[in-house]
Each structure stands twice: as structure tokens, then as C-alpha cells.
Write a protein that binds this ligand. Sequence first.
Ligand code: GLC
Length: 567
Amino acid sequence: MSLQPETLDAPDRPAGTAAWWRTAVVYQVYPRSFADSTGDGVGDLPGVTARLDHLADLGVDGLWLSPMYVSPMADGGYDVADYRDVDPLFGTLADVDELVARAHERGLRVVLDLVPNHTSDEHAWFRAALAAGPGSPERARYLFRDGRGERGEQPPNDWRSVFGGEAWTRVTEPDGTPGQWYLHLFDSRQPDLDWTSAEVREEFHAVLRYWLDRGVDGFRIDVAHGLAKAEGLPDHGRDHDLLDAGREDAPTHLAPMWDQEGVHEVYRGWRRVADAYGDRVLIAEAWVQPPERLARYLRPDELHLAFAFAFLDTPWRAGDLRAAVTAALATTGAVGAPATWVLSNHDVVRHTTRLALPVDARRPIGIRATDPQPDEALGLRRGRAASLLMLALPGAAYLYQGEELGLPEHTALPDEVRQDPAFFREQGRVAGRDGCRVPLPWEAGAPGLGFSPSGRTWLPQPESFARFAADAQRGVAGSTLELYRAALRLRRELGLGAGRLAWAEGFGADVVAAHVTAPDGAPVLVVANLGPEPVALPPGARVLLASGALDEAGRVPQDVTAWVSVG
Ligand code: GLC
């Protein structure tokens, strides 16, 4: 895009709706890997509660907890067997109440993760569906179909699982004969629900209320764009991919399983449920392209927020970043919603590693020891610059546990320890997502780096993690932890999340430069230099924070972002 002067506002809010979630920075906790209190090597809820001071001290507004429900853990808990209870691996319902109470005491909101597209194959509904046989009301909650071919031996259509292989599995009927097929857009242990079923819709309203009544502040909605399927489940005609859909060239809604019109009615219903509780939030995980389509989830009577995955997937090039920011702010602004920025989560290669990959490479699903190993120092430098750019942008921002430490991806996990179903279903063609799910390093000198009292960790930590341990960074000037703390404090003080963004002119094609101005504030100049030429700051500028050292002439060097006071 050009460097036209352009002002992109945080959308005007109707009076009285300056809701917390519009500008909040929320920290994603992946409970298996955050902190273990029992010594079994798997993180748990008491572990999270015990470390809440880390989050309060970091300066985030809340946490989003990846699933902690009863689950056989075929997909790390994104396969839910009981939506109203906690898996013993993670604790008890009382532990959730305790976590919520202790978080609220510190002013931290708690957002749960809701998985509505599919259940676990161990959910009581799916068991009943298998037992009840074709044509039963029990099967009507899922997408059971007869197979094609003379004896129904071929899947009902050509859809592929996001994790590899066919999206259909054939069951054996109660009488022992080969029977119908059921749809699973993910693992065969994650059967898709049929969202045209009134019973399914009612059940999820009840689940929402169940947790809202317990005091949680909202939900991140898993695969929010997948619930409605095109009528008749027509063939797709091509492979599809959810986890890298941010870079899809084709609009997602042309695929019969994504971004279908029917999802919007579901979310209108959910919004009514949430609104009855006041200040709660619904956040879409929707890998939808183009951004105009994503904004449709954010119309005033639908969801509050949707991750801007197009920004996460933008190559490290200034023009592309400006275009992605412009598109996200303009499309969400048009429906009165804020943009929701994110660089890392439990599904993608950590951005401190990703940004060291060749700029035009397609984002890989994990990295293996046999792949070219990214340059850790370059990734960290760019990762810090990207984070500081993101945290200056108007809107909400979501952090993934460990990014505040600058943690790299584990790029050399042995295949024997991998657990991601994507690795198995792809028969090792992709590494899978385990490398971003490695247990956190808390104390450099402790066994298991302080993750667990026993020193055990369900995935091995790379040696480099000792250098990144939280206690090795706390209070250390220039550490990534202190950079995040300072950024979050300044962001809050300066009101950047509620600001207006105007691109700044005259900085050259390799620079992302913008003025971000809070409603009652002075403009803050944000300069991210992606090019080799150091960038001089305007006369009189005062540097508030920078992701790396400036040069001897006070200029911003390559792969550094600075926040500058100019007013
Ligand atoms: C979402 C989750 C991912 C999970 C998938 C299936 O993309 O973020 O971890 O595997 O949905 O539930």
C-alpha cells in the first residue's frame, strides 16, 4: 500500500460501551505447559493459580485458558468429553473457582476456551450415537451419512481432515456390520456436531450459562468458522487447511466447511446469552479470508472480537505489515469492533522462531531437527520488534505464554515424544504443533526449569530454555520480560489500545511508521525499521521504549521498533 496519510480510528463507541475487552491485553495459558503443582510433569489449574502474580506483574488484563475440560486428550483437550467438568489431569471444578477468584482479586479477567465444532468420541452423546444406529435422534446430533459406492464403502464426500487424511471415519453398527460414516474436520476422535440440530444449539446455550454463572468473563471460540456446513455436504474439489488459512489465496467461504452463512445465526444467539451477563466477551478463532468476511463475525449483534490471523501470517516486510494493519482496522472499524492482534498461540510456530524463516516461506506446521534450523538471535530480534509494533496498535492484543520471555520454538523435538495428532495423521510429513507447547522455564537453576516440583516435563525442554527462564530475566534491564512489562505499562498509561492510527510519512518503504494517538493523549510515533538503513527520528523526539539498542547517532537500526514521544 502507499504511504498516503490515513487515519484509522479505534471505532467510535456508543456512550457507556468503553468495555474492557476492546483494548485488553490477554495472556493465553495452555494449561498442560504453564506450571505443574503435582509433580506429574503436566501443568494444572493450581499451577496457574500459584503463578498468577507473574501475570499481574507482567501487566496483562486477563488470561485465556485453553481447554481444561474432561478429555481423553487426543488433541490436547480440544476434544471435550464433558463440557461441565474439569479433567483430573488439571484439577477440579473447585480449582476453577479458586483460579477465577484469585485472578479477579488481582484485577485479571478469565476467559475460557469453548469447543463447539466437535466433541470427543468419548462424549456421552457420541457413545449414544454409536449405540443407537442409523436414523436415530442420537445420530442426528452429529454428521453421520451413508457411504458412497455399492456397499457404502467410500466416504460420503471428498473432504479432508485439517490434520491429514480423510475427514470421515466408518463405524461398525451395533449389529456388527460395516455401517455409516461420521464427519470429523479434525481427528477421528473429534466428531463434528450438526449445528442444524436444535438440541445441539440449546445445549451450548446451557454450557455458556453454566460457566458464566460461575463467574468467567468470556469465551474464546474454537474453530468459530466451522460450525455450519454447506447444505448437502457437497464435494469440495480441493484440499483445505485451517491452520494456515490466513495465507489462503481463495476466499475461505468458497470451501463448503468454512465460513458458511449459518454460523452467524448461532453467534447472534450466543451474543444474547452473553449480553444478559453484562461485560462478558466472545472471541472468534476464525481462519477466515478476506478480512471483510472476518468482520461479519463482529457485527454488533454477533461476537465481540476475532483474531486478526492475517496479521500473524504477514511476511516480515514493511509494506505487507502496513497493508495488513490497514485492512484489519478498516474492516473491523466498519462494524464498530476493535481489531484483535496476535502473533503466537498454541497452533503456530512461535513468532520468535517464525520470523527467522525465509520471508516468503509458507508458515510450516512445526519444525523438525532435520529441517534447516532458524537463526535464534535473528528470530528474537525480529520477534521483539514485532511484539512492540503489535502492542502499539489500537485494539485488543493476545499474548501466548512464554512470548514474554522471548521463548523460541523447540525445533528439534524427537519424534518419539510428539503428541500432536497432526503429526500422526500426516504420517510425519509435518512436525506438528508440539514445539510451541513445551513446558515453560520458570527458574534457570531448578530441575525441569521450575515447571514442576519433581522436575518432570511432559515434553522435553530445549537446553536454550535455561537462558530464557523467568527468574533469569526479572529485573534485568533489556530482557524480553522487562521489555514486555514496560510495553504493557506504557500502553496502558498512554491509552494506545484506544488510540487512532495514522501512517507517518517520509520514513521510506522498509519502515512501518505510524502515529498512534489516544483520545486525550499526545501522538506516539511508532517506528519499526525492517530495512538495512538506520532510521533517524524527528528532531526533539524522545524515545520511550525500543525493542533493541539504537545506534550511536540515536537512529533505529534494522529489525528494531521504537516508541517515540513527539508531542
Ligand atoms: C483449533 C485449536 C487447535 C485444535 C483445533 C481443533 O484450531 O486452536 O488447537 O487442534 O481447533 O479443535
